[in-house]
Ligand binder design. Structure first.
Ligand code: SF4
Length: 451
């Protein structure tokens, strides 16, 4: 937030003993508003013009833009930092495919199917592309409108980019519907002036294209009209220059707090190179360096998987460890006489253990203990994963009712807790497992006498 709670409190009316906002004092209210936890509109005594000024001060340096609707809605922007480690990046870029009206209908179908159906599972998350850019390349308006119809029918919520001259884009809007919030791409300075009122009425996000000076001029005009959902395209199709511009735009918005450039961006690796491998390399650079939407000419699963994984990694919150639910998992349909494995709820640890155990095809129970997302050794060194905590988890979850074998396998890295766990769990056999999850492939068959 661009204003601190103490400074905000000075702007509030301080009506004696009022509490109409639900807070005991103006200061308490100001602190909550400044942290993003409350709406400034809750103070009814604030002058409306000042309220708007405060809203402006509270707005993130890069404004959010939403394309599409429902579960598939794509939110971009709203970023607050230049480097992820300073806090976190909030909204991962949309990754999508370009579909030209010059392509055949079977290509339209194939590409729409790819953007709608291609997905990958990675440490418990589903990764997928999320936007289709429809391009009026042929010059035949009827053909473009057919493409828009096809894409609209393929899925009612898929975020769309309408890449067409403005008049044609307005016609396309009638087909796909304004409520779907497609992005109109891209207004030039010459097109903007006569169309501001129409754009405002449409109420959909708008992309603007031009030099930095032109972008500044256009975003200010759009803002004057109350249009805040804007996406920037510098028009550069050279990777080196385009990356430099992404960095300049981010720094201008965040370091210099220069509001006219405080909007998310769109980039087109598909127009930078014909080579698909290069496109995906460029796309990876744009994931790291700030693009809001990245458009590719084809969705190729073997390249896309890496790109989506990179996006997930860059846009996961570094302050919050990735965790899985702490509970008793069943692997390969375990029976009461099956052994119990135990590990922590750090997502990577869980998936490594679970997938290795699954691969053995042997039935086992897996207790995932809550260690606040810490891995085995870190959790042990902070007292969150030891004989006492494991013993408590087993009793609390009623595991003794299910696991009649009373055999528990602890990670080999924690062989030292064997004795204390035996003290916690009288009658249980505590077995030291392999140091790495990969060792389960030989360890479990041996333990269960399948060799
Ligand atoms: Fe202060 Fe306004 Fe809250 Fe009243 S409603 S306590 S004036 S912030």
């Amino acid at each position: 937030m661009a204003i601190k709670g103490g400074d905000l409190a000075k702007l509030l009316p301080k009506v004696k003993g009022c509490k109409d906002c639900g807070y005991p004092t103006c200061f308490a209210f100001a602190m909550k508003v400044a942290s993003g936890g409350e709406d400034i509109g809750k103070c009814p005594h604030l002058d409306p013009a000042l309220r708007e000024q405060i809203r402006e001060m509270l707005a993130p340096p890069i404004l959010p833009v939403t394309l599409g609707k429902g579960d598939k809605a794509l939110v971009i922007g709203e970023e607050e930092v230049i480097y992820r480690h300073e806090k976190t990046f909030y909204h991962q870029p949309g990754i999508g495919v370009l579909i030209s009206d010059k392509e055949s209908e079977s290509d339209w179908e194939r590409k729409l199917k790819s953007v709608l159906e291609m997905s990958f599972e990675r440490i418990g998350r589903t990764l997928r592309p999320n936007v289709a850019a429809l391009w009026a390349e042929s010059g035949d308006g009827t053909r473009f409108l057919e493409l828009v119809k096809k894409a609209s029918q393929a899925d009612p919520d898929l975020p769309l980019i309408l890449m067409a001259p403005l008049e044609l884009a307005f016609k396309a809007l009638e087909i796909c519907g304004k409520e779907r919030k497609p992005l109109l791409y891209a207004l030039t300075k010459a097109e903007l002036d006569g169309n501001l009122a129409k754009l405002k009425e449409a109420g959909v996000p708008v992309a603007v294209k031009g030099s930095f000076e032109e972008l500044i001029d256009m975003t200010q005009k759009l803002k004057g009209e109350g249009i805040k959902e804007v996406v920037l395209d510098t028009g550069t199709r050279n990777i080196r220059e385009a990356l430099k511009e992404q960095i300049l735009l981010r720094r201008a918005a965040i370091k210099q707090e220069f509001r006219p450039l405080g909007y998310p961006t769109i980039v087109f690796p598909c127009f930078m190179t014909q080579d698909l491998e290069e496109q995906y390399l460029y796309a990876g650079s744009f994931v790291i360096r700030y693009a809001g939407i990245i458009v590719l000419s084809e969705l190729v699963p073997e390249y896309l998987y890496g790109l989506l994984t990179l996006r997930m990694n860059i846009y996961s919150d570094p302050r919050v460890p990735m965790t899985v639910e702490s509970k008793l998992y069943e692997i390969n349909a375990p029976q009461p006489e099956s052994p119990l494995l135990v590990t922590t709820n750090f997502a990577l640890t869980y998936f490594a253990v679970a997938s290795e155990a699954e691969a053995t095809k042997l039935p086992v129970w897996l207790l995932v203990q809550d260690t606040e997302g810490l891995c085995v050794l870190a959790a042990w060194s902070t007292g969150k994963f030891n004989g006492e905590t494991i013993g408590m988890a087993i009793k609390k979850m009623g595991i003794e009712e299910k696991v009649k074998s009373k055999k528990i396998v602890i990670p080999g890295l924690l062989a030292r807790i064997k004795g204390e766990l035996e003290d916690e769990l009288p009658g249980w056999q505590v077995i030291v497992g392999p140091r790495e999850a990969s060792g389960l492939s030989s360890f479990l068959p041996e333990l269960m006498g399948r060799r």
